[in-house]
Design a binder for this molecule. Structure first.
Ligand SMILES: NC(=O)c1ccc[n+]([C@@H]2O[C@H](COP(=O)([O-])OP(=O)(O)OC[C@H]3O[C@@H](n4cnc5c(N)ncnc54)[C@H](OP(=O)(O)O)[C@@H]3O)[C@@H](O)[C@H]2O)c1
Ligand SMILES: Nc1nc(=O)c2c([nH]1)NC[C@@H]1CN(c3ccc(C(=O)N[C@@H](CCC(=O)O)C(=O)O)cc3)CN21
Length: 292
């Protein structure tokens, strides 16, 4: 095995730096606008992972000075009830951002709900208008996780121009917008998914590898091109040999760190940037809405 050890991409540190900047921006804008920015995170049911993420988002809001208008609904909440809540939040001048935490219970139709959100308040970047703007390369609110990955790559001065980038996963939340953002930055993109034959052959030429699957150990050192940049978006909770619960990504960290040039850890990599880009989008929406 080679002895090279990848440079770690520290998402936690960059997230803290950006949060401080956002906090300063809010302090500056608030006297002119007359109110703080507001974010409403809607969560339905009692999925413990979702509850933990929502708490993390609300904690981060409080830290930078964003008011939370979050609501937690019981599992049996109906589609109509949620549509009414979204309609009210769309009208509420104090609310700059609305996010529906996914996944939703099976009886609810997430796509229809996301379509109800005012695109100017769609801080998750999942409304068809914002996804369409991304496809066209127009300015708009961008999906938080891929936006956070792009910000990390920029911070570490990782050039994308003409590079081979492989994205594993094609969800509307991560994989597809990720690939479009890399394309916008002039990378040559390949998107792999469950039906892709021989993942190892697809990945082996990747200068930039982004995985967003949710399968621990999917990416091993043998699959990775030496010197590649590896960004691990996957998050799974596993119980280790000592019976402890911990979070792991899709990448076999201990082997891949000997092959890659740059690598994101889990936790402390992409996760904190997702939350920070949500705050960033909320502040962007706040300053844009107040100019109208
Ligand atoms: N760090 C963060 O901030 C953050 C944010 C969001 C999500 N996540 C994590 O990222 C992971 C993905 O999230 P998601 O919402 O995109 O999940 P998702 O909707 O379940 O999508 C998973 C994707 O992985 C593909 N896939 C599954 N098995 C595969 C395999 N063996 N080989 C290649 N592709 C495979 C699926 O392909 P098909 O389309 O063919 O089914 C699908 O496109 C999860 O672990 C999630 O917890 C992290
Ligand atoms: N509408 C919506 N938007 C999202 O961005 C979103 C969802 N739903 N549903 C769940 C996924 C998963 N997301 C996230 C967001 C933050 C972290 C995060 O902060 N991870 C930390 C560790 C947190 C912990 O210790 O529990 C990390 O360091 O990776 C992870 C996943 C965001 N996601």
């Amino acid at each position: 095995m080679e002895t090279q050890i990848a440079k770690l991409i520290d998402g936690k540190a960059l997230a803290e730096k950006i949060q401080q900047e956002l906090s300063a921006t809010i302090t500056e804008l608030q006297p002119q606008i007359g109110r703080p920015p507001g974010l409403a995170v809607l969560m339905v049911g009692d999925n413990p992972a979702s509850a933990a993420y929502v708490r993390g988002k609300e904690r981060a809001c409080a830290k930078v000075g964003i008011a939370s208008f979050g609501k937690h609904f019981p599992t049996e909440t109906t589609q109509t009830e949620l549509e009414e809540v979204i309609a009210a939040l769309n009208q509420d001048e104090r609310v700059d951002g609305i996010l529906v935490q996914l996944p939703l219970p099976d009886h609810l139709d997430a796509v229809t709900l996301l379509h109800q959100i005012d695109p100017d308040k769609d801080v998750d970047g999942l409304h068809p208008i914002n996804l369409g703007r991304l496809v066209r390369g127009e300015p708009g609110l961008r999906s938080c996780t891929p936006f956070g990955v792009m910000r990390l790559l920029q911070e570490y001065e990782i050039s994308l121009e003409g590079k081979q980038a492989v994205v594993v996963g094609r969800s509307i939340l991560v994989g597809k917008p990720m690939a479009l953002m890399l394309l916008e930055a002039n990378a040559t993109i390949t998107i792999a998914h469950k039906s892709s034959h021989s993942l190892e052959n697809i990945i082996k030429n990747a200068d930039i590898l982004i995985t967003a699957v949710g399968r621990p150990g999917l990416i091993t050192a043998e699959m990775v091109k030496p010197g590649a940049v590896v960004v691990d978006v996957g998050i799974s909770r596993v119980t280790d040999a000592n019976g402890n619960n911990r979070l792991v990504g899709d990448v076999d960290f201990d082997s891949v760190k000997r092959v890659a040039e740059f690598l994101t850890p889990v936790p402390g990599g992409v996760g904190p940037m997702t939350v920070t880009m949500l705050l960033q989008n909320t502040v962007t929406s706040y300053s844009q809405r107040s100019k109208i």
